[in-house]
Ligand binder design. Structure first.
Ligand code: FAD
Ligand code: NAI
Length: 328
């Protein structure tokens, strides 16, 4: 019997590692506490359609990721998004076009991780509480008290604060993860029956509680009947208002949006709020992955590189590379 490798976290980092290992003929088994894959790249199903509440788009700068995105494009999982971009600063809203290529999953962000899941074994709705070693192999204990295993190696692909506890068997790695600060983001979605009278499809915002605005249906493949917008608050505002009720968050951010967007904003017919507790690492790192290859324990995720989709994917590749290097 081949003893499989466990991967905790079916976000883009965990799935990136899973694909790289599977390509080399290894058997992997994923676990995720969510109902589906994608983590911060997932799309939320709602009465207004599927909404990208987390990652909005992504850029590809590293050659390896550029090639990967080209492959996803050929499979129909991603398309280029060419929004009419604006910038808001000092009370002024100005068009801010650029040449940057920006990608989105199509018809929704989660199309990418859904595609990557093919042929992989995943236990969803399974939150791992502990990673412990038996005589020879690793085992995982979930929060319902069930034990999973044996596994030859374990890759922990969850945000740093959640990885710390799971890395207890490797105290040095746990200490590094514990030192990573991750910042929150409040996200809201607003749906309007009548399209707002603006050309804007995306906007970078300065000097406001808001950080970013996106017109969801300007992304390729979306066919919502409402004109739905996704708004993100800054990390600073989100931190200061972390325990505010969802209703109060919607009221405040809707008010700020109405002030800056430059057209009449009627009452939305749809709204929702989502709090991302661990949205982004406070700083970038250059670790790639954290590894104790002798133990067979690895950690990866955006917090090991840059707090972006590309950083998370590259980190998953790096975890797989280090694991394979040790096996050979
Ligand atoms: P995650 O996506 O967080 O995946 C971790 C997975 O682990 C999750 O599915 C979670 O459910 C699971 N998990 C956690 N703990 C456990 C446990 N104990 N047991 C089992 N499963 C567990 N990036 C960009 O490039 N462009 C953007 O425009 C952009 N915008 C963003 C906006 C917001 C609001 C947020 C929140 C993020 C944004 N990002 C953006 C960042 C990007 O989404 C992340 O960098 C990337 O998705 C992180 O992937 P990951 O696999 O490292 O982590
Ligand atoms: P990018 O190159 O489009 O943007 C990087 C940054 O450059 C932007 O944040 C913005 O400040 C500036 N910028 C880019 N184009 C601009 C334009 N046309 N006009 C004005 N300013 C412009 O994308 P990249 O490097 O892939 O970054 C990803 C994006 O995801 C960033 O905007 C980042 O803030 C956001 N993000 C948000 C998170 C959250 O929790 N809210 C978490 C992680 C990333």
């Amino acid at each position: 019997m081949t003893v499989p490798i466990a991967i905790i976290g079916a976000g883009i980092a965990g799935l990136s590692a899973a694909q790289a290992l599977q390509k080399e003929g290894l058997t992997v088994h994923l676990f995720d506490k969510g109902h589906g894959s994608g983590g911060r790249m997932a799309s939320k199903r709602s009465e207004a359609g599927a909404l990208d509440l987390g990652a909005q788009y992504f850029t590809a700068r590293d050659r390896r990721f550029v090639e990967q995105v080209q492959l996803w494009q050929s499979l129909g999982w991603v398309q280029e998004w060419k929004p009419q971009l604006y910038n808001y600063r000092d009370g002024q809203l100005t068009p801010s076009p650029d040449e940057q290529t920006r990608w989105v999953g199509a018809p929704r962000m989660s199309a990418i991780t859904r595609g990557l899941l093919k042929d992989l074994t995943v236990n969803f709705s399974c939150r791992i509480a502990e990673v412990y070693r038996g005589q020879k192999y690793w085992h995982l204990q979930d929060t319902d008290g069930c034990s999973h295993g044996p596994f030859s190696q374990v890759i922990i692909a969850v945000p740093a604060p959640q990885a710390t506890q799971l890395l207890a068997a490797a105290p040095k790695l746990a200490a590094v993860a514990a030192g990573v600060q991750m910042e929150p983001t409040w996200a809201i979605a607003l749906g309007f029956e009548t399209p707002l009278d603006t050309q804007m499809q995306g906007c970078f915002v300065q000097d406001s509680a808001l950080d970013w605005l996106a017109r969801n249906r300007s992304k390729p493949g979306r066919d919502e009947h409402l004109d739905t917008w996704v708004l993100h608050a800054t990390s600073a505002w989100s931190k200061q208002h972390i325990d505010l009720s969802k209703e109060a968050v919607i009221e405040k951010l809707l008010g700020d949006f109405a002030e800056l967007v430059g057209c009449v904003v009627p009452a939305p017919s749809f709204s929702l709020a989502h709090r991302w507790l661990y949205a982004r690492p406070a700083t970038n790192h250059e670790w790639g992955t954290l590894a104790d290859a002798d133990l067979g324990l690895y950690a990866c995720g955006d917090w090991c590189l840059s707090g972006r989709v590309e950083g998370a994917w590259l980190s998953g590749q790096e975890a797989a590379r280090r694991l394979l290097e040790h096996l050979n």
